[in-house]
Design a protein around this ligand. Sequence first.
Ligand SMILES: NC(=O)c1ccc[n+]([C@@H]2O[C@H](COP(=O)([O-])OP(=O)(O)OC[C@H]3O[C@@H](n4cnc5c(N)ncnc54)[C@H](OP(=O)(O)O)[C@@H]3O)[C@@H](O)[C@H]2O)c1
Length: 283
Amino acid sequence: MITGKTLITGVIGHPIEHSFSPPMHNNAYTQMNMDYKYVPFHVQPADVKNIITAAKTMNIKGLNVTIPHKTTIIPYLDEIDETARRINAVNTISFKDGIAKGYNTDGLGAIKSIQKYTNLKNKKVLVIGAGGASKAITFTLINEGIDDLVIANRSKENVDKLMKNLINETKFQNISYQPIAKTNEVINDVDIIINTTPIGMYPNHDVEPPIDTNNISTQHTVMDIIYNPLETNLLKQAKINGAQTIPGTHMLINQGIIAFEIFTGKTPSYESFEKPLLEHLKK
Ligand SMILES: NC(=O)c1ccc[n+]([C@@H]2O[C@H](COP(=O)([O-])OP(=O)(O)OC[C@H]3O[C@@H](n4cnc5c(N)ncnc54)[C@H](OP(=O)(O)O)[C@@H]3O)[C@@H](O)[C@H]2O)c1
């Protein structure tokens, strides 16, 4: 029941109706007996300048931010966490004592998902894609102490921009580019493979994996950040070849759990986020 005491959190985006965050957060609030509700807010790009003032005015306690507002919201924040500043994208905003502070939990959500299966320190990682998610993940991988980063992408221009940014911000030098069609040549040298492109995502899920999977083997941990379908063709093939596979739902759940902690100071169980997400994905 919503009363005058109920605290409000939510997510802003355009479009927003397909967001999986409301069922995850609301289920955790119910399970933890917390008087909070998590609401999806449809915000047009032209209105992003009004969001922080509106949220403060209405005593909103926290907001997640999704496409297309992750970067355009930044000038309106009071403070920004160092990782989010480096990535130049915010997906979580806390409101405390009148201060709106932006964070980015995507990278940490991905890293937490991998660390459940393998250590990142001194590892060699191949990341496919150089878009927004890749940027958050590659920054966080470097922070976690990986040894070597190979980025494969369709557009060389976009990789060059990302690599320049990563080197400028982190001073990490062991970064190289590999054409997406030639990833097979480097697969034997890497430990972890992460797909951050939408290749294989529903409704276009019945396609070839983004890379040649022939050389993927038991030495590899392969994560696809696509969460619909639960098992992409890349993961299916990697599993057949004996690799440890991690579906994109893990990242989605972990980035949400970190945002929940930022909003409320409390840690929900993994299961309280996973159950409603899997139910929604089945629909
Ligand atoms: N699990 C999670 O929590 C989570 C979080 C965020 C995002 N995601 C998923 O991650 C995916 C990417 O999101 P994003 O925000 O990073 O998107 P984005 O910024 O648009 O970047 C997309 C990347 O994929 C590449 N790409 C797109 N279509 C391609 C194609 N047909 N062939 C080859 N490369 C292609 C692009 O290459 P170019 O540079 O050549 O254009 C770019 O590097 C989406 O499927 C999204 O749903 C999942």
